[in-house]
Design a protein around this ligand. Sequence first.
Ligand SMILES: Nc1ncnc2c1ncn2[C@@H]1O[C@H](COP(=O)(O)OP(=O)(O)OP(=O)(O)O)[C@@H](O)[C@H]1O
Length: 300
Amino acid sequence: MPIIEVRDLRKAYGGRAVVDGVSFAVEEGEIFGVLGPNGAGKTTTVECVEGLRLPDSGTVRVAGHDPVADHDRVTQLLGAQLQESELQAKLTVREALELYAAFYPNPANWRPLAERLRLTDKLDSRFGKLSGGQKQRLFIALALIGNPRVVVLDELTTGLDPRARRDTWELIEDVRDSGVTVLLVTHFMEEAQRLCDRIAVIDQGRIAALDSPAGLISRAAGSTVMSFTPSAPLDERELAALPRVISVDQRDGRYTLGGTDETVNAAITLLARHHITAHQLRVSDATLDDAFLDLTGATA
Ligand SMILES: Nc1ncnc2c1ncn2[C@@H]1O[C@H](COP(=O)(O)OP(=O)(O)OP(=O)(O)O)[C@@H](O)[C@H]1O
């Protein structure tokens, strides 16, 4: 049984549908990403999962419970890091950790958690005096402190410096390895590609695609990019006629072809046939960024 089930979820504001028939199921122990352009309906969707917003229609279940009707049950098994959370400015980091730990029957030991999130030397600092990144790390700790079965992280690493971002990724991988299910809203393609087992791409309130990162990339129009400088002039028409070629660009004598592995193989054969050498030949895979652009026509 999936641990999170969302079926035909709908929510409108002022007569405008912002979540328009979203369905997905998250299996226990996976990191499930929710990716989409600004205003796509991601936060609305995950806040319905958390029981913080009431859907207009559709069903949401977390471990079989309705997050609104069984709010107390769901709060015990779901940890949430909210997008725009605030704590009392005078509360210290230690007090916040102790306070939140007291809300749960079996809280995690907060000391290793604080250490992992590099908060140990900030335990006596007041919330109001923390930097944006330190606040963010504290919210991640608070989301994990109840030893949840499911953790919802909205914009996990926004505002973190590169080192803190990588540390956080490792922490989330450890959390997943311990059996916790992670629902992750993110704008960072690298983060989604590295962490997520599956990703739902949401666009204009609907699911545009749901697949593994590799599956999404393979749907990008051109999954492979090849660039080279030929040792002798080339007939561009021959390049444009290669199998599954999507684009041919030439700048200062250097060619860039977008296509698939088949395009690359055919291009190499074509060059060999003309006894042309490809100088500085580079072949790279399309990224999740390319797939995202193809699926939504937008940048995250
Ligand atoms: N309480 C509300 N009242 C009115 N409109 C709202 C409310 N909450 C969200 N919206 C609108 O619903 C749409 C979807 O918002 P949502 O926050 O779910 O998007 P998102 O995909 O999380 O965006 P972002 O990536 O910018 O955080 C937006 O156009 C937003 O302005």
